[in-house]
Design a protein around this ligand. Structure first.
Ligand code: GTP
Length: 608
């Protein structure tokens, strides 16, 4: 018998980054007896190493809990933890699609921030019941009245029953559980209808193949059932069904309204698609559903960079690793690419810089690959002077920009940027946005000492160091969120770098013409810092369309690493040579000069 839907509550926790989602989620696990105190202290839900180190949540995790409420009934709570960073909004909306309610965590020492609002809108759009809670009440700077006022004025949610709580001490957590039972509506799937289950996550397990996380909407799925993925029409026999409690637990069946995972010896990562609907294959007992569930909006990568193996024999391993990562992360894309400077590799698409860094780290850690990543770029729409009707080309790699004489105009992506900031820093934020080619759209002051500033600004300008700069001009008080709005023409040019006359295609950038000279000079100076001295002079030049705009010279020097060794200490000498070899791993030969990986990333740090 499936679990009665009237006793199921599916909910997510949403918040601005660092407002305490993961801590609260762990505390909920502890209060319901799913975790021991020790496990809870270790932040169980943030499983991946990278997450734990950086203290951020990347992949949504979900857990099934049993909770006996004050009404004496036992409920099944399915808790979906969601990431808070703007790069991962798509994961938030996916997780929300498996829920009927969301707990909105607001840090009562900080109040409503940019991503509080962005996340709450995602939940409201999906028709979820939103329950605000006021977190971190254990801190002396907690201000419940001000936080409630902001939630009411900025978001428009009633806070008369908002629970004050602390994920740290556990205060208020039992009240939150009661609120969930009382206010989150139970699922209303059709028990007797053909099976329809929504895939909202998947990952790769080296023993069991592709694993799928899903929410059953109608019908029931059982172990041994033959199921069909509606978009690909491929059929598999379910070998394993389960849920996380939070430890993985096997199940015989998963009924309407429930969440769980399945394994089915799915070897090809292309057979499973997040957003697809699972139904039954035709059999004596089962009839497939006619219509799939509405899937998800496809997420398009917004930022592109080249990833190249330092050792070209790693190329096939890199492909395999990228495929596996893609299964776990639908927003990540890649295609084969080649560079004159770096050889064969892949052009990869990401949602933002944090997303890119995480993929890079996972490739490094989980697959032990030595890689060079090029400077990231946004996607440009380039209108050429070609006579054909289709004159727009999409350029996600500055090296592929057509020659200037063939370009009619270049359009770049713009975002609507929203910044929340206290009054004292409004001036500094306006100057920063202006400096980044922004146009002010709106400025409001919805509550005492909180301004909301909205700008129309090129995506390329917010992509790189904007967040760091915003934090520094506002002493950490400003928060931001952005959404892509569309494309507009810009006066853009490509700046190329050359080392001893050899073009470094992987370092080309597209910038606004007004900044091109400064950027070119800055890039050449920066690159000089990273090019190791050689036995001959090395010229570093920056050029716009063939015209040299800057030149730096790395003086010749013969560096003998063993010079320090005297007295013929062979083992020490060998060690030094070994060390030097190690350091060379992350270098790339360009003509006769080796460029270290650091140089590629340092390009981003050049003041724009
Ligand atoms: N004093 C106090 N600190 C808290 C409380 N809840 C969370 N914190 C701290 O706030 C910081 C952020 O908490 P997390 O739970 O990692 O925040 P999050 O919202 O999950 O952050 P992301 O996963 O990065 O989105 C951590 O240092 C926590 O220890 C609380 O109730 N009281």
């Amino acid at each position: 018998m499936p679990f009665p839907q009237s006793k199921i509550r599916n909910f997510s926790i949403i918040a601005h980054i660092d407002h305490g989602k993961s801590t609260l989620a762990d505390r909920i696990l502890e209060v319901t007896g799913a975790l021991t105190q020790r496990e809870a202290r270790e932040q169980f839900l943030d499983k991946m190493d990278i997450e734990r180190e950086r203290g951020i949540t990347i992949k949504a995790q979900n857990v099934r809990l049993r909770y006996t409420a004050k009404d004496g009934e036992t409920y099944q709570l399915n808790l979906i933890d969601t990431p808070g960073h703007v790069d991962f909004n798509y994961e938030v909306s996916r997780s929300l699609s498996a829920c009927e309610g969301a707990i909105l965590v607001v840090d009562s020492t900080q109040g409503v921030e940019a991503q509080t609002l962005a996340n709450v809108y995602l939940a409201i759009d999906q028709g979820l019941e939103v329950l605000p809670v006021l977190n971190k009440v254990d801190l002396p700077s907690s201000d419940l009245d001000k936080t409630k006022q902001e939630i009411e004025q900025i978001i428009g949610l009633d806070t008369s029953e908002a629970v004050p709580c602390s994920g740290k001490t556990g205060i208020g957590v039992p009240d939150i559980l009661e609120e969930i039972v009382k206010k989150v509506p139970p699922p209303k799937g059709k028990e007797d209808a053909p099976l329809r289950a929504l895939i909202f996550d998947s990952w790769y397990d080296s023993y069991r193949g592709a694993m799928i996380m899903f929410r059953v909407v109608d019908g029931t799925i059982k172990r041994g059932d033959k199921v069909r993925f509606m978009s690909t029409k491929i059929e598999y026999e379910v070998t394993e069904l389960g849920t996380f409690t939070p430890h993985a637990a096997s199940l015989e069946e998963i009924g309407p309204g429930e969440v769980g995972f399945l394994a089915a010896n799915i070897k090809s990562v292309h057979d499973t698609k997040v957003g697809d609907t699972i139904t039954h294959a035709v059999s004596q007992n089962h009839k497939p559903a006619n219509d799939p569930l509405p899937g998800f909006k496809e997420v398009k990568p917004m930022v592109f960079a080249g990833i190249f193996p330092t050792d070209s024999s790693d190329y096939p391993t890199l492909r395999d690793a990228l495929e596996k990562l893609q299964l776990n992360d639908a927003a990540f894309s890649f295609e084969a690419d080649s560079s004159e400077a770096l050889g064969f590799g892949y052009r990869c698409g990401f949602l933002g810089l944090l997303h890119m860094e995480i993929i890079q780290e996972r490739l490094d850690r989980e697959f032990n690959l030595d890689l060079i990543t090029t400077a990231p770029s946004v996607v440009y729409h380039v209108y050429t002077t070609a006579e054909s009707t289709d004159t727009m080309v999409i350029v996600d790699n500055p090296a592929k920009l057509p020659p200037p004489q063939n370009i009619q105009r270049i359009e770049e992506p713009f975002v609507k940027l929203t910044v929340h900031v206290p009054q004292a820093y409004v001036g500094a934020v306006l100057t920063l946005c202006q400096d980044k080619r922004g146009t002010q759209l709106d400025m409001t002051c919805p509550s005492a000492d909180r301004y909301i500033i909205v700008y129309d600004i090129p995506f390329a300008e917010v992509l790189f160091d904007f967040h760091d700069k915003l934090k520094s001009v506002s002493r950490g008080y400003a928060s931001m969120d952005y959404e892509i709005t569309g494309y507009k023409p810009g006066n853009l040019v490509k700046v190329d770098l050359m080392v001893n006359g050899e073009p470094l295609d992987a370092l080309s950038i597209i910038v606004h013409r007004d900044r091109a000279y400064n950027r070119g000079r800055g890039l050449a100076e920066k690159l000089k810092e990273f090019v190791p001295q050689q036995q001959y002079e090395v010229a570093i030049q920056a050029a716009i369309g063939g015209k040299i705009i800057a030149r730096e010279t790395v003086r010749a020097l013969r560096k003998d690493v063993t010079a320090k060794c005297y007295g013929g200490d062979i083992s020490r000498k060998r060690k030094l040579l070994e060390k030097q070899k190690e350091g060379k791993k992350r270098m790339k030969q360009v003509g006769s000069v080796e460029i270290p990986q650091k140089a590629f990333l340092a390009i981003l740090k050049v003041d724009q």
